[in-house]
Design a protein around this ligand. Structure first.
Ligand SMILES: [Zn+2]
Length: 165
């Protein structure tokens, strides 16, 4: 896990925390592995068909953001016998139950393994998306709450850039 800190603008009081990749264990209750996700599905009363497990297994193995077609092609490359419609239907069922993430792009939907709030860094050259955990300083959140009258419950940052030479 890469871990770095940086300050944001006029908020020197507390450094912003940022990390990419995932720790082996989480203490905030989010799934640490695909077995936890199976458990979550059972709690939600979702049937864990062979096809649904295939889709979840692939998302957790890849840990990136993939289209339904990418997932279909990767599963078929692995010799898994699953139709495109089944892949699509399972992805939609999993995302509407909040088990996986779904990003709407102009080019179509992308699906990811994480369903908890997190931030994204998009490469403007390749379009690849990296998951990031960014923690904003408390005083910045308080400022936003004061300015909007809202109690902030979660946030997602969308960052874009290119790899530095
Ligand atoms: Zn993501």
């Amino acid at each position: 896990m890469a871990l770095a800190t940086f300050s944001l603008g006029a908020s020197p009081a507390k450094d912003t925390q940022i990390s990419s990749g995932g720790p082996a264990h989480y203490n905030d209750g989010r799934p640490a592995n695909v077995d936890d996700v199976y458990q979550r599905c059972r709690h939600l009363g979702m049937r864990l068909s062979r096809q649904r497990r295939m889709v979840l297994d692939l998302l957790w193995a890849e840990r990136s953001h993939l289209s339904a077609r990418d997932i279909f092609e990767k599963l078929n490359d692995l010799g898994r016998n699953i139709g495109h419609t089944s892949v699509y239907q399972n992805l939609e069922a999993l995302q509407s139950a909040g088990v996986i993430e779904c990003i709407d792009r102009a080019s179509g939907r992308l699906y990811g393994y994480r369903a908890d709030p997190h931030s994204h860094l998009t490469c403007v050259e390749s379009g690849s998306i990296t998951d990031l955990d960014v923690e904003l300083p408390d005083d910045l959140l308080r400022q936003i709450e004061a300015a909007t009258g809202f109690a902030i419950e979660s946030y997602t940052l969308h960052l874009s850039g290119r790899r530095r030479p």
